[in-house]
Design a protein around this ligand. Structure first.
Ligand SMILES: [Zn+2]
Ligand SMILES: [Zn+2]
Length: 180
């Protein structure tokens, strides 16, 4: 379907002046013959179609940039938290001969804690409290130890995933930039 012709008196298609006008560009109103009116799926004339594609590309580029910024921000956050906790763990472990182990355990703790809270919601604490006969402190110590243990394995995975997100966001940005 082509758009209704507004006027064609004495004027031909913008590309083919000798042809009968059957439509106007919906955006700029340029006169178009049947061939030109049906050339672009959008029904737009060539210059409006070009503009539309450029706008869409800009939008995708903006989105890719935002994804990259988010992933870089997350990596920085993970790195800063990890380094701070590693230093703390190292300091606490100093003199025990377990400095590096402590650094590793501390580094992983936030991720282990997050996982344990996701996996074991309310019921887990209830169960722990029953099992420890309402010894809150013991229940929390168990939770802490479990979080520390899980964190030791979760931390490297978290780092790899975060780096992977940055790399794929960069690739996406490159791909989008190369698209024109
Ligand atoms: Zn147009
Ligand atoms: Zn034409």
């Amino acid at each position: 379907m082509v758009n209704e012709v507004k006027t064609n008196i004495g004027v031909g298609c913008y590309n083919h002046p000798d042809r009968t006008v059957v439509a106007n560009c919906p955006n700029c109103g340029k006169f178009m013959c049947r061939e030109c009116a049906e050339k672009n799926k959008s029904k737009l004339c060539d210059s409006c179609e070009k503009e539309r594609i450029e706008r869409a590309e800009q939008e995708i580029k903006g989105q890719a940039k935002a994804i990259k910024q988010d992933s870089v921000g997350e990596l920085i956050k993970v790195a800063v938290i990890s380094i701070a906790l590693a230093i703390l763990g190292f300091c606490i472990g100093q003199g025990s001969g377990q400095e590096w182990m402590m650094a590793w355990i501390f580094m992983g703790f936030p991720w282990g804690w997050k996982i344990i809270n996701q996996l074991m919601t309310g019921n887990f604490m209830t169960w722990l409290l029953i099992w420890t006969q309402k010894a809150w402190l013991v229940a929390y110590i168990i939770k802490f130890v479990l979080a520390a243990f899980i964190g030791m394995f979760a931390w490297p995975i978290k780092l790899i995933i975060t780096i992977y997100h940055v790399v794929s966001a960069k690739n996406l940005e490159k791909k989008v930039a190369g698209g024109n």
